[in-house]
Each structure stands twice: as structure tokens, then as C-alpha cells.
Design a protein around this ligand. Structure first.
Ligand SMILES: C[S@@+](CC[C@H](N)C(=O)[O-])C[C@H]1O[C@@H](n2cnc3c(N)ncnc32)[C@H](O)[C@@H]1O
Length: 255
């Protein structure tokens, strides 16, 4: 059984190869962030002065490509209705944890090699980043099996989501779209954005830079394609910067 899980992970690795010299991750990257980080990436505390976006009384929120982030676990424990989707949710927590360990070394080495591309003001050090990733993984794993049983973690692969139109108030995509723009092509980005906007009233994406630390070349074309499809898009400053210069999120909604 254990063998089969790893065979399947290898298959995903082959179909979703994400590999750059500094980030030689060899496939799926089970590398997750904490709620406080999502709050900064997506300016969730105070959007346009309108107060917190994540309130327990609001409609459900989607975390697209949630991986081993603890965002869903942490907001669910605060009473917010949330669903996270990711292909890795087909696998048991122990396989996801094992994959984390396999990629952790490559991530740390990659971050050390590319240290000058990052603004360390937020995290302080590579050790602090690593500690947060482990905290996120632990919180995710503690919630995963029970959360999956109640539909909080859904195995799914963009650009096809198993949800009805408009069921989510907000969809978030952290560290998937645009970041892996060398692997995930332009058409994938347009299809993924359309699918997120089918299921959610508003979509927010962060970061808008490639893994190589440059602004994504897909972004202008994706915004144009969205506009032609009747979607309104805006770039908003967020209170976070790690990749140098990556201080904006994309907000998209049907006008
Ligand atoms: C770098 S992780 C980011 C996890 C989380 N969003 C965060 O920021 O902490 C990227 C995640 O995207 C997932 N992923 C890759 N391709 C995907 C797809 N086509 N649809 C949904 N998720 C995908 C991977 O499995 C991985 O867990």
C-alpha cells in the first residue's frame, strides 16, 4: 500500500513537474504557509478599510492548491466555512508528510542559494521560514483526516473543480498560479482563473512573480483575457514582501 502511494506521487510528479535550478523540487511541492501569512498575502484583515474578510458569519472560502498549509485548519477552528483543494489530498497525511521531508532539504538549499532575491524583513531568517513551514504542516496534519471526512479537504486539480457555480464567497490561490509560470502555461492560467471565478464571487492570487524572482509574464495577458470575459481585475498592494518587489495581489471578480 505504502509503495503504491509513492508510485502515485511519482506519477503526479511527472505530470506536474516544477523544477528550476535554485528550486529543484522535482514535482509536487508540499510546502505550506500559516494563516497569518495568508492574511498578509491577501490583505485579509482589512480590505479597503471594510474590516476583516474572514468572519465566521460569511460565505465559504476556497483555498485552491492549499497543499499542507494550515490556513483551512486555522480558519475552520475560528468558525469560518472553508474548503481546500489540492491533488495531494488523495494521499494519506503520512505520505504528504514524507514528501515534505523529501522537499524540505531542496527548499532550504534553494532559498539559501537565492537569498539575495528575498526581502528578509518579514521572516528574519531562513530558519524562521522553515520553522513556520513545519508549524503549518503539523497543524494541517492534525486537521487533515477529520477535515477530509467533513469535506474540508477535497482532492481536485485545477482547472476542474467539483463545485457548483458561485458556492464560494472568495477563492484564494497562494503560491501556485503565476509562481510556477514556467511550468504551468498561459492557457492553464486562463482556464484556472475562469474556473475559480465560476465557483467564487471573488478570486485573489499571490504572488504574481515567477520562482525566478521576476514578475510573471503571464499576468498582463491573463488580465486581458479575463477582461474580455467580463471579469474585472485589479492589482492591490499587500502588507507583505518576500520575493523582492512582489508586493501586489491580483483581485478578480465578475462585474
Ligand atoms: C507551493 S504549494 C502552496 C501551498 C499553499 N497554497 C501555500 O501557499 O502554503 C503549491 C500547491 O499547489 C498544488 N497544485 C499543483 N498543481 C495543482 C493544480 N493543477 N490544481 C490544484 N493544486 C495544484 C500542489 O500540490 C501544492 O500543494
Amino acid at each position: 500500500m505504502r509503495f503504491r502511494i509513492f508510485e502515485e506521487l511519482e506519477m503526479i510528479k511527472e505530470t506536474q513537474r516544477i523544477s528550476l535550478p535554485e528550486f529543484d523540487l522535482g514535482g509536487v511541492v508540499p510546502w505550506g504557509r500559516r494563516l497569518a501569512e495568508y492574511q498578509a498575502f491577501f490583505a485579509l484583515d482589512d480590505m479597503d478599510g471594510g474590516g476583516p474578510v474572514l468572519d465566521a458569519g460569511g460565505g465559504p472560502v476556497l483555498d485552491a492548491g492549499g497543499g499542507p498549509s494550515s490556513f483551512a485548519a486555522e480558519v475552520a477552528s475560528a468558525g469560518v466555512r472553508v474548503v481546500a483543494v489540492d491533488p495531494i489530498y488523495r494521499f494519506p497525511g503520512e505520505a504528504i508528510a514524507a514528501r515534505f521531508e523529501q522537499t524540505a532539504v531542496a527548499m532550504r538549499e534553494g532559498m539559501a542559494r537565492a537569498a539575495d532575491r528575498f526581502n528578509w524583513g518579514h521572516y528574519g531568517s531562513e530558519e524562521a521560514v522553515h520553522r513556520l513551514r513545519r508549524e503549518a504542516l503539523a497543524l494541517f496534519l492534525a486537521d487533515f483526516e477529520a477535515g477530509k471526512a467533513v469535506g474540508r479537504y477535497v482532492p481536485a486539480v485545477l482547472p476542474n473543480l467539483p463545485f457548483a457555480d458561485g458556492v464560494f464567497r472568495l477563492a484564494l490561490s497562494s503560491h501556485l498560479l503565476f509562481l510556477y509560470g514556467d511550468t504551468l502555461d498561459f492557457d492553464f492560467h486562463v482556464a484556472a482563473m475562469k474556473e475559480l471565478l465560476r465557483v467564487a464571487g471573488e478570486v485573489r492570487v499571490f504572488p504574481l512573480f515567477n520562482l525566478d524572482g521576476r514578475p510573471s509574464s503571464h499576468l498582463p495577458g491573463v488580465m486581458r483575457a479575463m477582461g474580455q470575459d467580463g471579469v474585472r481585475c485589479a492589482l492591490r498592494e499587500v502588507p507583505f514582501e518576500f520575493q523582492k518587489g512582489a508586493r501586489q495581489m491580483l483581485v478578480a471578480w465578475r462585474g
